[in-house]
Design a protein around this ligand. Sequence first.
Ligand SMILES: CCCCCCCCCCCCCCCC(=O)SCCNC(=O)CCNC(=O)[C@H](O)C(C)(C)COP(=O)(O)OP(=O)(O)OC[C@H]1O[C@@H](n2cnc3c(N)ncnc32)[C@H](O)[C@@H]1OP(=O)(O)O
Ligand SMILES: O=P(O)(O)OC[C@H](O)CO
Length: 736
Amino acid sequence: MAKPPYIPPQIGWLYDLVLWTFSVLVDLFFREVHPRGSWKVPRRGPLIIVAAPHANQFVDSLILMRVVRREIGRRISWLIAEKSFKRKFIGLLSRGIGAVPVARAMDNMKPGTGTIYLPDPVNQPTLIRGVGTKFDGPGFEPEGTIHLPTINGNSYSATIAEIKGPEELILKKPVKEKDALCQLTGRADITDDGKFTGDASTVKSDFQGTKFKVAPHVDQSAVYKAVFGRLSHGGCIGIFPEGGSHDRPELLPLKAGVAIMALGSLAENPDSGLKIVPCGMNYFHAHKFRSRAVVEFGNPIEVPRDLVEKYKRGERREAVGELLDTIYHALLAVTVNGPDYETLMAVQAARRLYNTKGKKLPLPMVVELNRRLITGYAHFKDDPRIVKLKKSITEYNKQLRLLGLRDHQVEYARFSIIRVVSTLIYRFIKLTLLAIGTLPGLVLFAPVFVATRYISKKKSQEALAASTVKLQGRDVMATWKLLVALAFAPALYALYIVIFTYWTYRNRIQGYVPEWVPLWAVVLLGVVLFPTITFAALRIGEIGMDIVKSLRPLILSLNPSSANTLVKLRERRAELSREVTDVINTLGPEVFPDFDSARIVADPFKGYKHGDSDKGVEADHELRSRPQIQKTYTTQEPLPRNESFHDLANFGFFSNRPASRSRSRSTAGVRLSSSGSVQPMTEVDDHDRLEEVSKRIRGAMRERGKERRQRSEDLGWESVSAGSITPSEDGEKKTR
Ligand SMILES: CCCCCCCCCCCCCCCC(=O)SCCNC(=O)CCNC(=O)[C@H](O)C(C)(C)COP(=O)(O)OP(=O)(O)OC[C@H]1O[C@@H](n2cnc3c(N)ncnc32)[C@H](O)[C@@H]1OP(=O)(O)O
Ligand SMILES: O=P(O)(O)OC[C@H](O)CO
């Protein structure tokens, strides 16, 4: 058995050095990383942060390290796959931040000889038979793992309980999953919940069994010991409980480690005050350069004492299972999980269609609205109205895709020909000017772009081939883009500086550089100039790209036949919008008791108007000042201390959870201090204070609105009634 790797201690300054060095990557790669709810994370005491979905291999941990260090002042001890820990560069960084390596069965899988099948799935669902297998040979042992090939995107693993002979073994748990049963019996007459519709006492007559992989048992005791040690010193453990990165639209089943760590630690030290904080990593195109993310923290979970007692009594499976279930549900509350990609897209579209007045939604609100819609969808997915609506939305999405349009661009169909032509001319001029500004930086950086694209694609294919859970391998792309840029860009820019200096040395850049300028100053100039040009190009290019994306629908509107298609599409959109709003208003209150009071977006067909953000806040305030609504407002979560003013609109009516009984009244409201910081209120029914808070919010929002409009104008965004810069479904800014 291979020796487990050394578990490095966490050294504060080294951790900060690594984080500080790599933080710049987060700023460059993402347009925005928005923390939400970090005020909920305890600043002291033993803590486990459970983060999911793990959609961005090493970038996830970097983002979270940064958010947690900045907002809460804590450092995280990550659980990292031993395979990654053994990699040169990542291993070096992991040691630097004191990560704890864990061996994963999935990284040690080897193909087994022969094939396996389940001879009697109903009466002996744990008995596995082999054909030409050597279960008594190397690699097979009790507690080892048997893994079946991935089918329909699903993978199945089972733990071995006992080896009976070269061709017979017993699993710990009965096989119940449909896909696994199909593979192990060759039968297709199996329902989704694993029941055979025909005679289940036999496998298919000519069935040869399925291929499989096997991995030996991993002894994790050193890992648990290290984790307990850090927790007992009040440390913070970070874990991606899905057990690996993936690019699926839904959470993977959680691994038991997080529950074992919490229960084991509390069994040793019941009064340590250990908390588990769920953290949702919500990306808008995780793998794309300049995309956005919302890192959302949920309420801390305290492990009930009776669960710890249960664990201590030896009822470990039950205790672990119960806690895992709680953690899973806590994660669902901070993440957006769709059953599949198509549903996710349909839900995103429904959100846009519901927000027809174009109110600018802050990013966390977009995430919240998506989450609510998915919850609603899961509840009513078999309702004929929802089935019909989903079909219509999917068709509408398809039509958009065929035309190469975004949903918000359908509005162009309203423009008169004069407006289309003048907008086009204006944007072309603007684009030309921006292109001139971007070009030098773009040319300088182009080799890095090409290399990152090529290598990240290649790496994602490799990761996909080695994985049983990845769909396209997109979860490794951002990591590789960053790693390649990290290695390549400095080398390339050093080369530029050498050329620049040599050119000066040879002929003073065709005589443009005066003789009195020393060569060292030229080197220094290069060091500052080239990265600055590139960075400027990046920022200007971002605006330019938004304009480029806006051109297609304008050009389409010039062609009479496409213009007609656009007009029809716009009518279709309006119709769909009405249908979506209708269905949401009818079914919403059934799932969300606070539906009306917690209205995130004013109903466009019901007279609440959110013309601009200021009005929006006033309307929201009006809603809140009604008695029934005030109740919701005062009993919702307190206003997060760490959220910026444009997110103030998201409290009270933004919360998706009904008032918690267990939450103390003292934290049920918020108070704005004179310095503008937000603190929990002690008296929830204090109307005056609420009024004061509302006034301040309105004032702050007005100021921010002005500021934002000014900034938009400075950046050259055109002003559209509801704010020209609005996050689209993918969180990208869009030009209307
Ligand atoms: C540009 C880039 C810049 C980068 C700059 C930053 C660079 C710096 C990098 C830092 C990077 C950090 C971030 C890395 C992120 C990862 O590397 S993610 C991958 C590694 N992490 C993980 O896997 C964590 C999640 N996994 C777990 O928690 C796993 O449980 C463990 C702890 C690894 C153990 O796994 P395992 O040995 O396979 O055991 P497992 O099957 O989970 O079962 C454990 C026990 O629970 C029981 N059990 C299982 N399921 C259940 C259940 N549902 N109910 C009850 N009991 C259960 C089992 O029966 C078993 O019982 P025993 O047989 O032991 O009695
Ligand atoms: O092999 P992956 O893609 O699950 O990545 C594991 C890494 O340690 C980061 O999660």
